[in-house]
Design a protein around this ligand. Structure first.
Ligand code: GZL
Length: 343
């Protein structure tokens, strides 16, 4: 076969051309734009550094809340956010806040797992000149200058809404004067959500002598704990009429515990279910009649937090409290929200 020298010649010419392009490119900075690296460094300097202490990942609500803050405090929006998950342990939150202080972040955003126990570390943050923004839950402190703002929900109002719905439902069923046996599944003991929802519901319940609250148990806002606690309560009480469950994850656990014992729930069920949070999965159960009512607690708080930081950056005054918008979902109004729900 005649030896074909054309092919090797072509390869040699192409290799030499490629080398030439690389050398010219390198010299002209076509590929590595040193200036671009300088731009990056200087733009990093302009980023607002925010330490975020998130209390955990215990619920669907919490996941949505974390996603919301990550989306708002993004690099594209001019932030460098350092997120820490405390796994529902106060010590971990205190350590995270101390770490943010030592890193000299510009702001600290945190959702305190419980209201008590943060006074010292918040004093350290104040002494370091680092503004603290509370997201979701709040703290119980003597000196409210330890935080700039609280962005979250009016939990007492949520509790009252639950009691008012039950008043209306019993009137609708002509049961206003009957004895009603109620179980309350509470969230993390001492958290703002548990304190507020419990107080708000009790403010309504105390007006009704026939409302017998058989038990109030701490199920820590988790599905697993609620299933366990509800199982115990079902062995103890055979005539439960209503379960007030302070978040959807506990509601799922409680309904599962009842289902296993052949107890039905919801509009036409043996036990009425009042839930909180209004995540998509729970609203679907409201639509299907398994949950009677869901009191919304809106986790989409990131933009509110970012707005507060922007105002502070511009030297503007900010409110001490920002409540997010929330509604009450029943079978009658839930369909409209199901398709557009953000979480
Ligand atoms: C409410 C928030 C609660 C949710 C739960 O603002 O603190 O914590 O209701 C979550 O789902 O665990």
């Amino acid at each position: 076969m005649k030896k074909n020298i054309l092919y090797p010649l072509l390869v040699a010419i192409m290799s030499l051309s490629l080398c030439a392009i690389m050398i010219i490119g390198e010299m002209s900075g076509l590929f590595l734009n040193p200036k671009g690296q300088e731009d990056q460094a200087s733009s990093d300097d302009k980023l607002i550094v925010v330490g975020v202490s998130q209390l955990g990942s215990e619920s669907v609500w919490r996941t949505a809340n974390t996603e919301s803050i990550q989306k708002s405090l993004s690099r594209e929006n001019g932030y460098f956010a350092i997120l820490n998950n405390a796994r529902q342990k106060q010590d971990n939150q205190i350590k995270a806040i101390r770490s943010f202080i030592s890193q000299r972040v510009d702001y600290i955003v945190f959702s305190p797992v419980t209201e008590d126990g943060f006074e010292n570390v918040l004093t350290e943050a104040k002494d370091a000149g680092i503004p603290v923004i509370l997201m979701d839950r709040t703290v119980n402190v003597e000196d409210d200058s330890l935080y700039v703002t609280h962005v979250g929900s009016n939990m007492e109002e949520e509790g009252r809404k639950a009691g008012e719905w039950l008043e209306g439902e019993l009137a609708r069923r002509n049961m206003s004067d009957e004895e009603i046996n109620i179980i309350v599944l509470k969230g993390t003991e001492g958290s703002t959500s548990e304190i507020g929802r419990s107080k708000g519901f009790h403010d309504i319940a105390k007006k009704h002598p026939g409302w017998n609250i058989l038990a109030e148990v701490d199920a820590d806002f988790t599905n697993t704990k609620a299933q366990e606690e509800m199982g115990k309560l079902l062995r103890q009480y055979s005539d439960i009429d209503v379960v007030i469950s302070q978040n959807d994850d506990m509601t799922f656990g409680a309904i599962e515990a009842m289902r296993k014992r052949g107890i039905t729930t919801g509009r036409d069920g043996d036990v009425m279910i009042v839930s909180f949070d209004a995540c998509h999965e729970a609203l679907t159960m409201v639509y299907n009649g398994l949950i009677n009512v869901d009191i919304e607690c809106n986790p989409i708080q990131g933009d509110y937090v970012s707005e507060v930081i922007r105002k502070l950056e511009n030297g503007e005054t900010v409110e001490k409290e920002y409540f997010v918008d929330e509604q009450v979902f029943t079978k009658e109004n839930v369909a409209d929200s199901l398709s557009s729900r953000a979480y």
